[in-house]
Design a protein. Structure first.
Ligand SMILES: Nc1ncnc2c1ncn2[C@@H]1O[C@H](COP(=O)(O)OP(=O)(O)O)[C@@H](O)[C@H]1O
Ligand SMILES: [Mg+2]
Length: 227
């Protein structure tokens, strides 16, 4: 089926990333985001196809797994497997958590704490169902604009590097990726990040994952000292 003529209006490019183009569209009357993993010319053809296929499938699979567990992710409407396009629900009236944090002024501390608790709770539920996000940053979390933010307002996106794993090591690395991204993107937020980890403790396997986080930090530090 030719989706563009069947169900969807023209695609309007809104973002061009290193791996994917993001378009806005209208799919069967619904506001839609289309994420296209385009061909990378410098990659070997077969490898390129494999990677685009794998990441597209991982993204869809993990979004679905999270949704089933009550973690907000965009609904997938359609997958175009010929050119690796995912048609998904557009999270309307949302901004990235990155932009949200950067916009905070009054009550910055208390809003940050509230947000940190939400992030910690969601990461705990995500790791509880063995989903490793693989690219946790504040740009890969959307926040619906409301006056008083709550759990359901935080939507996780960008699962292309995700995997399913029950290993504490993988969960520790996931947290480490977020820690590095969070603290470098948002200076002086160490306290808020501690709140994320404290809230994360609600999940059963959290102590092993946090122990691994400590080990990974140490490895990271050693590497920096040597290099
Ligand atoms: N479902 C969506 N609803 C609204 N905005 C989205 C959605 N998916 C992606 N975006 C926007 O596009 C940006 C890039 O999407 P993302 O999936 O993170 O791709 P990339 O791999 O290029 O980082 C996001 O940071 C967000 O601003
Ligand atoms: Mg992203």
């Amino acid at each position: 089926m030719d989706v563009e003529s069947e169900g969807s209006s023209a695609l309007r490019l809104i973002k061009q990333g290193a791996e994917a183009r993001i378009y806005a569209a209208d799919f069967l009357g619904r506001p839609t985001i289309v994420k296209e993993r385009f061909k990378k010319k410098f990659r070997h053809n077969v490898l390129d196809d494999k990677l685009r296929h794998k990441r597209t499938m991982q993204e869809v699979r993990s979004m679905h797994r999270c949704r089933k567990a009550g973690i907000a992710t965009p609904t997938v409407f359609f997958i175009d497997s010929n050119d690796y396009k995912i048609y998904m629900e557009e999270v309307q009236n949302s901004i990235t958590v990155r932009d949200y944090i950067n916009s905070l002024k009054e009550d910055k501390e208390s809003n940050l704490r509230k947000l940190a608790k939400i992030i910690g709770t969601i990461l705990a539920s995500m790791h509880n169902i063995q989903v490793i996000h693989g690219d946790l940053t504040t740009s890969n979390m959307l926040l619906k604009k409301t006056n008083d933010i709550e759990i359901a307002d935080l939507v996780l996106i960008d699962f292309g590097l995700s995997s399913i794993s029950s290993l504490a090591e993988d969960k520790g690395v996931d947290l480490y990726v977020l820690e590095r991204a969070f603290l470098s993107t948002h200076p002086n937020t160490e306290d808020a990040f501690k709140v994320i980890l404290d809230t994360y403790k609600t999940f059963k396997g959290s102590s092993e994952a946090l122990k691994k986080l400590d080990e990974v930090r140490l490895r990271g530090r050693k590497r920096t000292m040597v290099g």
